[in-house]
Design a binder for this molecule. Structure first.
Ligand code: NAP
Length: 306
């Protein structure tokens, strides 16, 4: 099976592929049967350039940049990489939570700049409590559950919101508005879909408690970014953000703020996890080549971001 890839993926599994062309999506590739194009929008314009395509193997669990309906209409399958990045992404959510609540980056900057000139007993360098606080999880799926498990180790009370109410003795269900009102920390783990775009609206951000922390390792457009910037500039809340609306651009106003910790979309960004994601991509490609069932086909056509 001839694979067109816009880049080599990390990890040893990639070398198991026999017929790979590293190329761009700016020109026609008549022979390409499978496509690996991280971060690229795959729509009719791209599909027109790939007449022999049978499979889009998405590098990542979120696949909103792939027009799944357009692929299906041409008989092109789509796969993603669920499961192998849950722990790593949950770890980053927790790192952002801890960093924002305990002012880690701000403290590090202070020390490095030689501006540490007070005793430990003197204010104002106080953070906000993590242990024993209330965590609200928006989207208790694979990653959301991994965050909930970590929260138990911090004696946190865990609330969740999603469309499906679970028969789970652990996290307590709340409407989204109630979750925002009751939580000290809100962590977002829902996919970007037409239904979740702008889910955390200006009005909903206003429901957060003074001193609350918003963590977003899902997708930027789930939150009204302009309203979030305004809340952060006002200093009413803090945030840990791994994702943004116009990546890699980040609202300039955020860069000067001490109450937000910013990372460059590295939720799944460890050597081990990126290699594991490559393994899933390659296994799907090899399965397609052998005519076997795909390992992780994307089932829904409804999650396309508009
Ligand atoms: P998942 O297992 O499918 O979980 C998503 C959860 O979101 C589900 O429990 C779902 O429950 C909930 N949800 C869906 N639509 C919703 C809505 N309209 N309102 C409220 N909740 C909704 O997905 P996952 O594997 O945990 O991944 C979640 C997302 O994380 C991915 O889609 C991706 O965008 C993001 N991600 C980011 C990084 C990064 O590098 N920062 C890394 C990995 C993943 P219901 O269907 O019951 O609503």
């Amino acid at each position: 099976m001839r694979v067109l890839a816009t880049q080599r993926l990390p990890g040893p599994a990639w070398d198991e592929l026999g017929d790979v062309e590293i190329g761009t999506l700016d020109e026609r590739h008549d022979g390409a049967e499978a496509l690996v194009a991280p971060g690229r929008r795959i729509d009719d314009a791209v599909l027109d350039l790939l007449p022999a395509l049978r499979l889009v193997a998405n590098y990542g669990v979120g696949y909103e940049q792939v027009d799944v309906a357009a692929c299906r209409a041409r008989g092109v399958e789509v796969t993603n990489t669920p499961g192998v990045l849950d722990a790593t992404t949950a770890d980053l959510a927790f790192a952002l939570l801890l960093a924002a609540r305990r002012r880690l980056v701000e403290g590090d900057d202070l020390v490095r700049a030689g501006r540490w000139d007070t005793g430990w007993w003197q204010p104002p360098f106080l953070g906000r409590e993590v242990s024993g606080s209330t965590l609200g999880i928006v989207g208790l799926g694979r990653i959301g559950r991994a965050v909930a498990r970590r929260a138990r180790g911090f004696d946190m009370r865990v609330l969740y919101h999603q469309r499906t109410r679970l028969d789970d003795p652990g996290p307590e269900y709340r409407s989204l508005d109630d979750l925002l009102r009751e939580s000290d920390v809100v962590s977002i783990h829902a996919p970007l879909t037409p239904a979740t775009k702008g889910l955390i609206s200006r009005e909903r951000l206003a429901l957060l408690r003074d001193g609350a922390t918003l963590v977003n390792t899902a997708r930027g457009p789930l939150v009204d970014e302009d309203a979030l910037v305004e809340e952060l500039v006002a200093g009413r809340i803090s945030a840990g953000l791994d994702v943004f609306v116009h990546e890699p651009a980040v609202p300039e106003a955020l860069c000067g703020l001490a109450n937000v910790v910013l990372t460059p979309h590295i939720g799944s960004g460890t050597v081990e996890t990126r290699a594991a994601m490559t393994r899933v991509v390659v296994d799907n490609l090899l399965a397609a080549e052998r005519g076997e069932p795909l390992l992780t086909p994307v089932l829904s056509t409804t999650t396309r971001a508009r």
